[in-house]
Each structure stands twice: as structure tokens, then as C-alpha cells.
Design a protein around this ligand. Structure first.
Ligand SMILES: [Zn+2]
Ligand SMILES: [Zn+2]
Ligand SMILES: [Zn+2]
Ligand SMILES: [Zn+2]
Length: 150
């Protein structure tokens, strides 16, 4: 017996990046994706692995990991357990095979100190209680500059 799976005439490609290298099917949704988890450097937080990105940064992966019922697009548990801004990003970013058709609207997150918009998925930020601080304000506060209430 050969271990090689029967291949179709058409070459499979990764549904995320389009490469046709070593592919596996995702556990969550059965789509073809790069079998590149081993490329991931532990604790590097690099986002260069298709399968890892799909597992970690999409509703599909989250929904599967949390063992929710039904489809992630209709899942109330996902919707309730993830902040709306991140929920929308998880559901629409480039690590998805299919994206949320009608992502919910959300208020942009503002820095509690300087009021600039913080993109939670892209920008660095820190949490002070329920307040979000942009990285600049975080560093300023850590450095103790301009300290003291007026
Ligand atoms: Zn890929
Ligand atoms: Zn999936
Ligand atoms: Zn779910
Ligand atoms: Zn700020």
C-alpha cells in the first residue's frame, strides 16, 4: 500500500496564500492549507504560518477550538466571547477561506489618553482597567513623563 493520497489532476493550492507546496486539510473546515506549522518559531509570534494563522486568528479556527456547535458565521458564542472589533477582524482578515458577509458595525477604539483611533488587530496597545492606551501613551506613562495630576 502506498501512503500517498490519490491526487486529482488539478493541483491543490493553499486557500490562504495560493502556494502549492505541502498541504493539509484544516481540521475546522476541511480546506487545503499549507502544512507549515513546523516553520513556526516558538514564542516568535510570527504570522507566517497559514495553518497557524487560520487556527489562531479566525473565527473558523476559534469556533472549532472552542468546540461550538453549528457554523461559525451564525455562532452566538463566538460573537459574545470576542470583542466586536476583533470579531470583525477575525471574521474578515486574509487568513479566512470565506469571510463574514455582514460583519457587525463597531465603534472604533480610541486611546483613553490622546484619543487617537487604535486598530486592535494591527496596533499595539495596553489595557488600563477598561481603558485602551495607544503604545505611545503607554510608553509615556511607563516612563513617568509628564506625570502628576494637574
Ligand atoms: Zn499557505
Ligand atoms: Zn477553518
Ligand atoms: Zn463559535
Ligand atoms: Zn494615546
Amino acid at each position: 500500500m502506498t501512503t500517498a493520497a490519490k491526487k486529482k489532476a488539478t493541483k491543490q493550492t493553499c486557500g490562504i496564500c495560493g502556494k502549492s507546496g505541502k498541504l493539509i486539510r484544516t481540521e475546522c473546515c476541511g480546506n487545503w492549507i499549507c502544512d507549515d506549522n513546523e516553520n513556526y518559531v516558538l514564542f516568535s509570534y510570527a504570522r507566517n504560518s497559514c495553518s497557524r494563522n487560520h487556527d489562531r486568528y479566525t473565527l473558523c479556527g476559534f469556533h472549532h477550538t472552542e468546540e461550538h456547535a453549528g457554523h461559525w458565521k451564525e455562532c452566538k458564542e463566538c460573537r459574545e466571547s470576542i470583542e466586536t472589533e476583533m470579531y470583525v477582524w477575525y471574521g474578515t482578515n486574509e487568513y479566512n477561506f470565506e469571510v463574514l458577509e455582514n460583519p457587525p458595525a463597531f465603534e472604533p477604539t480610541h486611546c483613553a489618553v490622546c484619543n487617537r483611533v487604535i486598530h486592535l488587530a494591527m496596533d499595539g496597545y495596553s489595557l488600563r482597567g477598561d481603558d485602551y492606551l495607544c503604545m505611545e501613551c503607554t510608553y509615556r506613562e511607563m516612563g513617568g513623563l509628564g506625570g502628576g495630576s494637574s
